[in-house]
Design a protein around this ligand. Structure first.
Ligand code: DGT
Ligand code: CA
Ligand code: CA
Ligand code: ZN
Length: 590
């Protein structure tokens, strides 16, 4: 059992206990344990099985929980979870995950209206029964309806970072199979889409059955959905679907191209092939109305033989080259601008992780970060960065002890001292200043004027009208001391919709005031999204890719941000924090 699966069990227990109205401390104990286990650098199952070690050495895991992990690892289940699940209908679990509905409210809906599934919840909202309940009202009902759309999606899709974890695990596992000669992950995962529906793998194997048998023996497999001679679909215990196809080495490039997609990109590609008198499919590129190509379609088993007649197929490069096209980076394959760019011969050279020189949105123990300023600086240096901005929260975010002017100046004095000791690395004096609900910023201008870098963000008043939120953000952009807007749409993937905001107006204001917009790289946010990044480029507004790290590990989110920027077609020149010297990217209206 993986750490992730163990953590999911503990989280589920916490949900169920909370739904039942259990003691909050007990609920929190399970949540903390879930988080600790999820973040463990080594396998909890291995530690539990090792008589020399004990899990209770880790924070938040006592003897009782360590014992539960051992039971879970040994038997694959927990009596306690089974008992809880017997008490609560399982369909209720999905309700607990609806944004805007905590376990407490879900319990009221269950008790008062007998709502025990997402469908029943939607029905209760549509017939306006929910708004009649004490403490709910019309607004809550609307919010639940919106949340239901997201919950539906969360049931079906996962975050890219989650997909990546799973993909790496499966690739490692499949490479242990001696019959597997080559393997790659395709689909939306390879295109770096922010959420992923299922995982698509291609293998070249000396024996396709052996490769499929091997995958079927993967630890987290729940069931085989279908299995044929060269393809198989299965479901993991997490609910994720895995598609595996075995292809001949001569067709590997063609199959990788085809199954990377997107579907829309492939449709354009097929049309272009046709207009050049060619035919393209997952086996290769074929000349003319060659019947060989048609046979390849009909008789997939003959793939290895027929592909020999193909003019391209072994690599993606040769497949695209046969159609007179460059081998598009997977992130661009969405049938947006890529074919026009290729036509004009100016496919952008996309930004890469190694282009990034600094991180301009990070937190420290001064507010809700887990590491000191010095630790964050050291971790950034280890990752090859030249500068970071420490941008802790301002006082409006009182929950995490947001900084007032006095504390902030004390923090900056500490940063000055630290910078005197650091060589070849700079810590910028920054702040993530809240854009207040009523408009205006959470700190006075004379304080902001002393900062090296000011990120202005909305955390409160996200339900306001499009006009008001847009106004607040534009006002912030007009403040001479603001450098960039943080997570500009406030979305949380699979959890929370973006707030209503007129991005076009925001981008115009950013351009006119010489300001930047953040691409928050946190895998749950990825905000701005790919389309908005492309839009910013169109307006000539620089993007700053920032991790919003709350710990050293959080800095590793940069790769997710870079991937999203690539999907938006951004080059190193479009991304501000590729500048070698931080002083070059400070853009303020004179
Ligand atoms: P997902 O899984 O929903 O995140 O998105 P994808 O893009 O991974 O979609 P998926 O798994 O259904 O299919 C993988 C790729 O296979 C897709 O990107 C393109 C290719 N493909 C699938 N079905 C079709 C189709 O009907 N026509 C074409 N041209 N390509 C297809
Ligand atoms: Ca897929
Ligand atoms: Ca698929
Ligand atoms: Zn923030």
């Amino acid at each position: 059992m993986t750490n992730h699966e163990i953590a999911a069990v503990f989280d589920q227990i916490a949900d169920l206990l909370e739904f039942q109205g259990a003691n909050p401390f007990r609920v929190r104990a399970y949540r903390n344990a879930a988080r600790t286990i999820h973040d463990l650098p080594e396998s909890a199952a291995d530690i539990a099985a090792d008589p020399e070690q004990s899990l209770d050495q880790f924070e938040g895991i006592g003897k009782d929980l360590a014992g539960k992990v051992a039971t879970l690892v040994e038997t694959g289940s927990l009596p306690m979870l089974k008992e809880l699940l017997a008490e609560v209908p399982e369909s209720v679990l999905a309700i607990l995950r609806v944004p805007g509905l905590g376990p407490k409210r879900a319990a009221i809906l269950y008790r008062e209206l007998n709502v025990a599934s997402l469908d029943q919840l939607r029905e209760a909202c549509r017939s306006h029964k929910v708004r009649e309940l004490k403490g709910f009202g019309e607004k809550t009902e609307d919010a639940i309806l919106k949340g239901l759309d997201i919950a539906d999606q969360a049931d079906r899709r996962i975050l890219w970072i989650e997909a990546d974890r799973q993909v790496q695990e499966i690739l490692g596992f499949m490479k242990q199979c001696p019959e597997v000669k080559n393997i790659a992950a395709a689909g939306s995962y390879r295109r770096g889409k922010d959420t992923v529906g299922d995982l698509d793998f291609l293998v070249v194997a000396s024996n396709a059955d052996a490769a499929m048998d091997h995958l079927a023996s993967f630890d987290s497999v729940e069931s085989i959905i279908v299995r044929g001679k060269t393809k198989m679909s299965l479901r993991l215990r997490s609910g994720l679907q895995i598609d595996l196809r075995a292809v001949a080495a001569e067709s590997f490039g063609a199959a990788l191209q085809y199954f990377t997609g997107s579907k829309e990109h492939n449709i354009v590609l097929r049309g272009r092939a046709k207009s050049q008198g060619l035919k393209i499919n997952e086996y290769g590129v074929f000349r003319g109305e060659d019947s060989v190509a048609d046979r390849a379609d009909k008789d997939r088993l003959a793939a290895a033989g027929t592909a020999a007649h193909a003019i391209a197929g072994r690599t993606e490069e040769e497949v695209y080259a046969a159609l007179n096209l460059p081998c598009f980076p997977p992130e661009l394959r969405e049938a947006r601008r890529e074919f026009d760019w290729a036509e004009a011969g100016d496919l952008p050279k996309l930004v890469e992780l190694s282009d990034i020189r600094g991180d301009l949105h990070t937190h420290s123990t001064w507010t809700d970060g887990a590491a000191t300023i010095e630790e964050m600086a050291a971790a950034a240096g280890e990752r090859g960065l030249k500068y970071i901005a420490i941008t802790d929260h301002s006082k409006r975010v009182s929950m995490v002890g947001g900084l007032d002017a006095q504390k902030l100046r004390r923090q900056w004095a500490e940063i000055d001292l630290l910078n005197r000791r650091l060589r070849g690395f700079t810590v910028l004096k920054g702040i993530e200043v809240d854009i207040l609900e009523r408009g205006g910023l959470d700190l006075p201008d004379d304080v902001l004027a002393e900062a090296d870098w000011v990120v202005a963000s909305i955390h409160y008043g996200q339900q306001q009208s499009r006009e008001r939120i847009t106004r607040r953000v534009i006002e912030a952009l007009e403040n001479p001391y603001v450098s960039a807007i943080g997570h500009p749409t406030g979305r949380m993937l699979l959890q929370r919709k973006p707030y209503e905001i007129d991005l076009e107006a925001v981008m115009k204001a950013a351009r006119d005031n010489g300001k930047m917009l953040e691409l928050n790289a946190h895998p749950v946010r990825l905000d701005l999204d790919d389309v908005a990044c492309a839009m910013a480029k169109g307006f000539g507004v620089p993007i700053v890719i920032s991790t919003d790290a709350h710990s050293p590990d959080g800095l590793d989110a940069m790769r997710c941000g870079v991937q999203q920027a690539r999907r938006g077609g951004l080059t190193a020149a479009d991304v501000a924090n590729t500048h070698e010297k931080w002083s070059d990217l400070i853009c303020r209206k004179p």
